[in-house]
Design a protein around this ligand. Structure first.
Ligand SMILES: [Zn+2]
Length: 307
């Protein structure tokens, strides 16, 4: 049975794990990210986390997969852009760095793409050739799978779903624009809005309050579902998918958010597309990032296939 090392690199945490070819996580460890200290500190952290995992594992691994925040050129294995959460991360030759460290083949992609590949091989995207994946976390990431392949665009920026503008002159977004989906539906944005309205200081608490009948909290949850629903309606009209998979911390509330979102989506899509798309929670949960990164490596080695 083949096994690979997978890393999920974000601005707030780094997760690493050893995953076998069935998608089972054999070992996993998550640490706070030192991304704010720049490229060198982050690579050092990655190397030390990988060494610890390999030391704790008695078998051998065949390759390394990395999903990272920012945009990536997967053919070159280079990070092409990144947010301020990871200064100097853009320009990092990430594939060369991991290959050199462990003398194993390396495969690198954006974290949204990696998670979508993981769901396609081992999660809610199995047996599905056309789907959209969204991750509602610190930001809003995503990927579009069309005929079993990732939509990449000319410079690998395609499917930046979090920066789809859903409110003209709306809230400011981390990208510098206004009214992006991320500014309404990310965990960060929901928390910020709950704080501004003096409801609570945490998105989970907001959903709990809404569930308990708190009027203002319910209104904010309904508004979040509205914006997310409009975003999903745009995605359905653009890509005609079979399913939309929603992952990330915010999606863990499940039907409380996804049911009203699906209703808004169906109200706003083309008549021929109404009630044709299943909106489901991504299946791999908090391990999705690591499994997705491992999936890049398993796919890259040809150990698993998408068909
Ligand atoms: Zn934006």
């Amino acid at each position: 049975m083949a096994a690979v090392l997978g890393f999920d690199i974000g601005g707030t945490k780094i997760a690493g794990g050893i995953v076998d070819q069935t998608g089972a996580v054999l070992l996993q460890r998550t640490i706070p990210s030192r991304g704010r200290e720049g490229r060198h500190a982050l690579l050092e952290q990655l190397f030390s986390l990988g060494d610890q995992l390999l030391q704790g594992y008695t078998g051998s691994v065949d390759a390394i997969g990395v999903g990272t925040a920012g945009e990536v050129d997967p053919a070159l294995g280079i990070v092409t852009s990144a947010t301020d959460a990871i200064p100097q991360w853009a320009g990092t030759a990430l594939r060369d760095a991991v290959q050199h460290r462990w003398s194993l083949p390396g495969f690198v992609d954006n974290d949204g793409n990696a998670a979508a590949i993981g769901e396609m091989l081992f999660g809610a995207g199995r047996h599905c050739q056309h789907f959209v994946y969204l991750c509602l976390g610190t930001g809003v990431g995503g990927a579009v799978v069309e005929s079993g392949r990732l939509l990449r665009g000319k410079t690998n920026y395609a499917a930046a779903i979090g920066h789809m503008i859903i409110e003209i002159k709306g809230r400011h977004c981390s990208c510098g624009s206004r009214g992006c989906l991320e500014a309404y539906a990310s965990g960060t944005a929901i928390t910020q809005r709950a704080e501004e309205e003096a409801i609570c200081r945490d998105s989970r608490e907001l959903f709990r309050l809404a569930d308990a009948g708190h009027a203002q909290a319910s209104l904010l949850v309904a508004e979040t579902a509205y914006y997310l629903g409009i975003g999903l309606a745009n995605l359905v009209n653009l890509f005609d998918p079979q399913k939309i998979l929603v992952g990330g911390g915010v999606a863990e509330v499940g039907p409380q958010l996804l049911n009203p979102t699906t209703q808004i989506m169906n109200r706003n899509v083309l008549p021929g597309l109404k009630n044709t798309v299943e909106v489901v929670q991504a299946q791999l949960g908090s391990e999705g990032g690591v499994i997705g990164a491992a999936a890049l490596a398993l796919l890259g080695l040809g150990i698993v296939t998408t068909s």
